[in-house]
Design a protein around this ligand. Sequence first.
Ligand code: 5GP
Length: 187
Amino acid sequence: MVNFAIFATYMSLVTLHDKQFKPYITADAIHTRVEQIAANLSADLKGSFPLFIVVLNGSFIFAADLVKMLKFPCEITFVKLASYEGTGSTGKVNEIIGLTENVENRTIVIIEDIVDTGSTLEKLHDLLKHKNAKQIKTATLLFKPLAYKKTIPVDYICMEIPNDFVVGYGLDYDGLGSNLKDIYVLA
Ligand code: 5GP
């Protein structure tokens, strides 16, 4: 007789390259938190015509879901920065596609997929401060408090997680896994 519990667990594991990942955060749980963060952003920033700066690639799904829930006028732009190779941070942030918008005197919301060591966030934050942004807020899907080494406040956090490597909902492992609708963790 087939053991369905084991079968289901086996079926839900995902293999990406050389590694296996197990289910971690469901799409429903993500949706609920994104809705709450959108409500908080709407309450805090609705009169300020903010510019949302989406950090590619990992935050593309989070950002798309989040901005659809915002009930106030805002602008959205994209930057691409990278500090990761494989499953570990290199600690060095390389700016790939820079910011072209004028941010002077504007309220900015940085949209991140994960704040891990905080190097990416710090780099972007410094750049925006240097360009005289009026107010800089940060919204992130995931936050790893045990890995965070910086002092910049992370204002809107959907979920805190331990120092685990995760994929799905925009997050990839060497190019794979970002299209998964749930979040998975290294098994
Ligand atoms: P930080 O600069 O904060 O150390 O790293 C931020 C970036 O590293 C994130 O935007 C993301 O691209 C990548 N990153 C950090 N942790 C993870 C993880 O658990 N999974 C994946 N796929 N990327 C991560």
